[in-house]
Ligand binder design. Structure first.
Ligand code: CO8
Length: 262
């Protein structure tokens, strides 16, 4: 499959590889237009369906992960045309269908829809150059891909209100303190570290990885009681897998497990 607004490749030496997707509209600081989002959706689903892939890393350039939705595309719209066309909403949530972990590796600007896209990933590793923001208010609009909902869940109400209402950017250190990103690394180490995290995950049992992802998202989105009940069911279900037997036998025999992802 050839794409124009993204680059895709496979990385890693292990039995399971990492699907690497790079947003690639450098002149527009990776602004997210329909074509890019369509291609991103296709690439994500293709890696998700590929049994040789364990994990996906989504990244941008040194200067920008993504500076938001494409402003020239949005500018001419009226309420009615935005409502009727669904204004660029097609494929914006495809990423949420992916069963495998998606790690955002963010350097430079992650603004507006770019910040929202990073927040739809499972965790964010930030370069020390990263800058996060929801500056939509400066354009006379509001976030449209979950920013008003995911940002307060990630960093709390006060910081989220501050960022959404003043449009100020948060640097990588503040984003880590606030819990928006899992770790901050030197910019020239970003991809190496994100791919290393993916490689670690690739070595574990695929069913465990997918169920942890689903359950953490349930904790993030739903009531505690429901999350704990589903967790118990899946915990029991994993005792039906070969990987559970292999993992526990390997521990008892003091050797490394060889997971088969089934
Ligand atoms: N869309 C299109 N082009 C952009 C965008 C964008 N969001 N951001 C930057 N560019 C372009 C600039 O127009 C410029 O192009 P050119 O060279 O042709 O003039 C080029 O990228 C470089 O930008 P700057 O010259 O401005 O570079 P600076 O380093 O001076 O500034 C900034 C970088 C701070 C990132 C600045 O470009 C900026 O503020 N950009 C806009 C950021 C923004 O407002 N983002 C939010 C957009 S709205 C949104 O994302 C809503 C999401 C809704 C999703 C709904 C889904 C259903």
């Amino acid at each position: 499959m050839s794409y124009e607004c993204i680059l895709t490749e496979t990385r890693g030496d292990g039995a399971r590889k990492t699907g690497l997707i790079t947003l690639n509209r450098p002149k527009q600081l990776n602004a997210l237009n329909d074509q890019l989002m369509d291609e991103l959706g296709q690439a994500l689903l293709a890696f998700d369906a590929d049994d040789s892939i364990g994990c996906i890393v989504l990244t941008g350039s040194e200067r920008a992960f993504a500076a938001g939705a494409d402003i020239p595309t949005m500018a001419p719209h009226t309420f009615i045309s935005a409502f009727k066309s669904g204004l660029i909403s097609k494929n914006w949530e495809t990423i949420l269908q992916v069963r495998k972990p998606v790690i955002a590796a963010v350097a430079g600007f992650a603004l507006g829809g770019g910040c929202e896209l990073a927040m739809m990933c499972d965790f964010i590793i930030a370069a020390d150059s990263a800058k996060f923001g929801q500056p939509e208010i400066k354009l006379g609009i509001i976030p449209g891909a979950g920013g008003t909902q995911r940002l307060p869940r990630a960093i709390g109400k006060s910081k989220a209100m501050d960022m959404l209402l003043t449009a100020r950017m948060m640097d990588a250190a503040e984003a880590e303190r606030g819990g928006l990103v899992s770790r901050v690394v030197p910019a020239d180490q970003l991809l190496t570290d994100a791919l290393a995290a993916a490689e670690t995950i690739n070595g574990f049992s695929g069913p465990s990885v997918m169920l942890i992802k689903e359950l953490v998202n349930l904790a993030y989105q739903g009531p505690l009681k429901d999350g704990v009940a589903v967790e118990r069911r899946y915990f029991h279900a994993l005792f039906g897998t070969e990987d559970q037997r292999e993992g526990m036998e390997a521990f008892l025999a003091k050797r490394q497990p060889g997971f088969q992802h089934r």
